[in-house]
Design a protein around this ligand. Structure first.
Ligand code: T46
Length: 133
């Protein structure tokens, strides 16, 4: 088990007209600088396959489901995201691989920094080195 990970409950208003979930700044443990989303992902595709040095992120399955495989260098965990009111916080220094996307799924990501390729560790051996130093 990776202890740094956290599932955040997103407040929601349930209604016969449909549900409404809302994310305000106090439930996200960092100021949001970027929002992006993965969509039209083939079920056979694998996203991720990297870690971040400084970036904090929150992932939400806005629609459908997918699996997030996480490694911290010592332990690993698989988390299935399949509810629009449950968000996964991934702190820096965690290797992530995302797969098994259901048809029509959408992965929303809230990020603590703007896009910076320098923040990525895309080689697993480099990740292990990063965790040891
Ligand atoms: C992560 C998972 C969940 C941009 O230009 N701006 C952006 O904000 C992002 C996220 C990506 N890009 C470019 C960089 C690559 O040329 O889009 C291309 C695909 O990015 P990548 O291969 O990193 O995509 P994923 O889905 O493997 O990873 C992304 C995020 O990069 C990553 O931080 O944790 O989603």
């Amino acid at each position: 088990q990776i202890t740094d990970l956290k599932i955040i409950d997103i407040p929601k208003v349930q209604d016969p007209r449909g549900n409404l979930a809302f994310i305000e700044k106090d439930i996200i443990p960092f100021p949001i600088k970027r929002v992006y989303y993965l969509y039209d992902v083939p079920s056979s595709a694998h996203r991720g396959g990297h870690a971040h040095k400084k970036l904090f992120q929150v992932l939400v399955a806005l629609s459908g489901s997918f699996e997030v495989h996480l490694k911290d260098g010592d332990n690993e965990t698989k988390i299935t995201l399949n509810k629009p009111d449950k968000a996964l916080l991934i702190v820096p220094g965690i290797w992530r691989e995302i797969g098994n996307f259901s048809s029509g799924s959408v992965c929303l990501v809230l990020a603590s920094e703007e896009y910076d390729e320098e923040d990525y560790i895309r080689d697993y051996a480099d990740f292990e080195l990063f965790k040891r130093t």
